[in-house]
Design a protein around this ligand. Structure first.
Ligand SMILES: *Cc1c(COP(=O)(O)O)cnc(C)c1O
Length: 393
């Protein structure tokens, strides 16, 4: 049997990531591959660093994309900053905080968990109590935008509290970057990581990271080697580093980086404040439609992520059947619940390129049809009108 070329269907991606990729990004990725030390490619890398600094709102020189998905950005932060026996306070209010704990343990550190409520922001008072009880803690880690629940935490306040107790901060901004305000320098975040496939709307597989001066000092003063060769920033910097000559570390994913470059150019053209505002405005339109149907969000309004809308599945409704209808009849993907939320929520992403009016109306129409077909107790035929009214405001 001759296996033929793979041609995926055209979907609309409104789940927790990957999100719809702009045709401009896909076109950029199809351009000719260069050598990873070609001077033309190296000058693109310099532009990439400048664009990423803009996205994170930082002047940090150590700002670059790790050649692997968001999880590798997470590992980069932890393996470089956490030394054996370091105490690390991990705030958990969803699935991704649990992965931070795993990372701390595998680095030989001691995690101290601040267990919050899933579907709520991290409680600053709870963090402060943990810091008071653990004066020897070195690092505070938390997820800014919990994609598993749709909750946004107050990163500025949490970082302030951590610094009061002389802790460095690791912030997961995988879903927040470009969708919700992040001001790395103004908020004095020490280490941050993100992903290419959420609100940047690039293809999956790259993880932008940035490290501030205090974080770099801690890495430089390590007594033990970073246990990951691939993610050791001391070595990666030889390739991505500033003034010095670039040396081979690993073969950069050249064409994937063209894609990220293009997605960051698109962000720069729109303006990051405008991108934040667009995500917020489109959330309000989707919300109007969802609430008109009589469905409910699980996160209180003031702690809600505009780019990830977690909606309760009505009692007795088979949530997977609804998602199947959307996928099969509308070529539309939304997300299921993750971890403790499995079977209880749908997660509708309005991320990056996918955060637009057309997608909102498609999704509300498709949900209206699917919920009717599974006989869910919702108000039919009103969602689109409610969203249009909100859009016209
Ligand atoms: C998606 C996500 C990750 C993991 O990113 P991958 O690219 O899937 O490895 C980490 N943290 C959060 C909050 C995420 O949403």
């Amino acid at each position: 049997m001759a296996i033929k070329s793979f041609h995926p269907p055209q979907r609309t991606l409104m789940g927790p990531g990957p999100s719809d990729v702009s045709p401009r990004v896909l076109a950029a990725m199809a351009r000719p591959t260069l050598g990873h030390l070609d001077p033309v490619f190296v000058s693109m890398m310099d532009e990439m660093k400048a664009l990423l600094k803009y996205a994170f709102q930082t002047q940090n020189d150590l700002t670059m994309p790790v050649s692997a998905p968001g999880s590798a950005g997470m590992e980069t932060a932890f393996v470089n900053l956490v030394e054996p026996s370091d105490k690390v306070i991990v705030c958990q209010n969803g699935v991704f905080g649990g992965r931070m704990k795993e990372n701390v343990e595998r680095c030989g550190g001691t995690p101290v968990m601040v267990e919050g409520t899933w579907g709520r922001a991290v409680d600053p008072q709870q963090l402060e109590d943990a810091l008071k009880a653990n004066k020897d803690a070195k690092i505070v880690a938390f997820v800014h935008a919990e994609t598993s629940t749709g909750a946004m935490s107050d990163a500025k306040t949490l970082v302030e509290i951590a610094h009061k107790y002389n802790c460095l901060t690791i912030v997961d901004a995988v879903t927040s970057l470009a969708g919700s305000p992040i001001k790395m320098d103004e908020w004095k975040i020490d280490a941050i990581y993100s992903g290419s496939q959420k609100c940047l709307s690039c293809t999956p597989g790259l993880s932008p990271v940035s490290f501030g001066e205090q974080a770099i000092q801690k890495i430089k003063n390590r007594k033990s080697k970073v246990q990951s060769w691939f993610l050791d920033l001391n070595l990666v910097m030889g390739y991505w580093g500033g003034a010095t000559k670039r040396a081979y570390h690993h073969t950069a994913p050249i064409n994937a980086l063209y894609g990220l470059h293009e997605s960051l150019v698109i962000l720069q053209e729109e303006g990051i404040e405008n991108s934040w505002a667009r995500h917020h405005k489109n959330h309000l339109a989707l919300r109007a439609g969802i609430e008109a149907m009589g469905l409910n969000f699980i996160v209180p309004e003031n702690e809600r992520l505009p780019q990830l809308n977690a909606i309760s599945v009505p009692d007795g409704v088979d949530e997977a059947a609804v998602r199947s209808i959307l996928l099969n009849d509308y070529s539309l993907e939304i997300g299921a619940g993750l971890g403790a939320m499995a079977g209880k929520v749908w997660r509708i992403g309005l991320m990056g390129h996918a955060s637009n009016k057309r997608n909102i109306l498609l999704c509300l129409n498709a949900l209206d049809d699917a919920l009717g077909r599974v006989k869910a107790p919702v108000n039919r035929g009103v969602a689109v009108e409610a969203a249009l009214m909100e859009m016209a405001r």
